[in-house]
Design a protein around this ligand. Structure first.
Ligand SMILES: [Zn+2]
Length: 131
């Protein structure tokens, strides 16, 4: 079984530091205000290298979702869900929905960040349904 340890770049470390503090930050472009995800050296919209790490609102909505019934990683025993969430700030992130699952379609459901861990105890920014 594969190990799912992430490969981190120098651009990822400040983000994971903020996640460990339960205060998820992403880079926001100093020139055009675009939020940057994944973390990187320049703005995907205007290519500016200038950015500031800022806290996210922690809110978004589900853009897509799937439930995996097959095991790919030791620390992700099936079944487990994966959601694509459009953050209020704009970026699309991949996460998991924890807690109650929506009835019917999950798409468009408002969610908020809920810090949780995978089966190996790794802290992750997960999502839960918001009011
Ligand atoms: Zn920009």
């Amino acid at each position: 079984m594969a190990n799912s340890a992430a490969v981190l770049s120098m651009y990822d470390e400040p983000m994971w530091e903020s996640i460990r503090a339960h205060d998820w930050h992403l880079q926001q472009c100093d020139d055009c205000s675009e939020w940057r995800y994944p973390p990187g050296p320049c703005c995907p919209k205007c290519l500016s290298p200038r950015s500031t790490w800022r806290p996210l609102s922690g809110r978004g909505e589900i853009a897509s979702w799937v439930v995996f019934h097959r095991q790919y990683f030791d620390n992700w025993p099936p079944p487990y869900n994966v959601v694509a969430v459009k953050l209020a700030e704009g970026p699309l992130v991949i996460s998991n929905l924890t807690g109650p699952e929506p009835e019917g379609s999950w798409i468009g459901r408002p969610v908020e960040v809920a810090y949780g861990t995978d089966a190996a105890g790794t802290l992750l920014p997960q999502m839960r349904l918001a009011e």
